[in-house]
Ligand binder design. Structure first.
Ligand SMILES: [Zn+2]
Ligand SMILES: [Zn+2]
Length: 249
């Protein structure tokens, strides 16, 4: 199976501080060289204190993507965002007005979010890390973290959940069932070996949810590097109709 689209790419707009490198045009050129026919630019949402893009850049980025779609007809460039979970009641860091700039919305848990409501902040930023050491907390947090993502997909028309199970623990079966219902794909991320992990992928495959493949590249040379994801696809013999990327067999 050959994946012809990369659904998770960062550019220098993710923080503008070296966290990710490459202008959008550099990313597009690298993607064409790697044989990609479609890409989703997915910079970190503005709620991330260190790596989020500046909201005032959205108009500029939209225009640049439109220009590059005209200049490079061999590739379809989509404007997406890797939005942040901003609370446990369905909050993300995009307003309806900001969503209008975008072609796709992904969402994932990231540390470095400080403007959550106080209850969400305690659960996310304090209890989650503590649960590594305090076992009785784990069951409660798995339920809460999973609810947070389900509340978001019910509210926001989310295309992809990025690196599920990587930053916080989740009930993958329950999440995948809701993803199936709401048409949200679970990412098989190529940068993180545990998102989805082999074990979680096996669980998700018991539902009819879809999957998205992303390199999560932070440098243009890593675009289209899907080795880790392809190994999992092959191991479980996942059919192309389960994958939302452009695929060639
Ligand atoms: Zn991420
Ligand atoms: Zn990312």
């Amino acid at each position: 199976m050959k994946i012809l689209s990369d659904n998770h790419i960062h550019t220098f707009y993710s923080g503008e501080n070296g966290h990710a490198i490459g202008t959008i045009e550099e990313v597009v050129k690298a993607a064409i060289e790697k044989g990609m026919k479609e890409i989703i630019i997915s910079d970190h949402g503005p709620g991330h204190k260190f790596y989020g893009y500046k909201i005032c850049r959205m108009n500029e980025v939209r225009k640049e993507i439109d220009r590059l779609n005209g200049k490079y007809p061999q590739i379809n460039i989509l404007y997406g965002t890797e939005a942040n979970v901003m609370g446990y009641n369905g909050e993300i860091d995009l307003t309806d007005k900001e969503k209008e700039f975008l072609d796709r919305i992904s969402v994932g848990f990231h540390y470095g979010i400080f403007n959550m409501d106080i209850k969400s902040f305690i659960i996310f930023q304090i209890l989650n890390p503590l649960s590594k050491f305090i076992k009785p907390l784990r069951k409660y947090l798995i339920r809460k973290n999973t609810d947070a993502l389900i509340n978001i997909i019910k509210k926001h028309n989310i295309d992809i959940i990025t690196h599920p199970g990587c930053k916080v623990k989740l009930d993958i079966y329950r999440l995948a069932k809701e993803c199936e219902k709401y048409g949200t794909a679970l990412e098989i991320n190529s940068s993180y070996h545990d998102a989805l992990s082999y074990e979680d992928l096996k669980i998700a495959l018991k539902t009819n949810c879809k999957f998205s493949i992303g390199s999560d590249s932070h440098k243009p040379q890593n675009i289209g590097n899907f080795e880790r994801s392809l190994k999992k696809i092959e191991k479980y013999n996942i059919y192309k109709n389960r994958i939302i990327n452009l695929v060639e067999e």
